[in-house]
Design a protein around this ligand. Structure first.
Ligand SMILES: [Zn+2]
Length: 85
């Protein structure tokens, strides 16, 4: 439990047109919070954006084990929820 568990996945299918092939587009570094050995720490992850080959829609990669809206890992959220009880 000392390594962050966040995994990036390439989009499988375009939500707009259903096409399954993408070009790589720009990247952006995103900060998020994780819990490592009982301490809340900030981590950084490089997100990759893709562009649909058919309709040109831009779509970010999918991040597993992270709540991208709150920018916290799933295990940190579980920890925070447990603390409140
Ligand atoms: Zn598309």
């Amino acid at each position: 439990m000392d390594k962050e568990e966040v995994t990036l996945r390439k989009p499988v299918v375009c939500h707009h047109c259903g096409h399954k092939e993408f070009f790589k587009s720009d990247t952006r570094v995103q900060s998020f919070q994780d819990i490592v050995n009982g301490k809340v720490v900030w981590q950084q992850i490089r997100r990759q954006r893709y562009r649909c080959k058919q309709c040109q829609l831009k779509v970010w990669d999918t991040v597993e084990n992270m709540d991208t809206y709150r920018r916290k890992t799933v295990r940190l959220l579980a920890y925070l929820n447990g603390e409140k009880q």
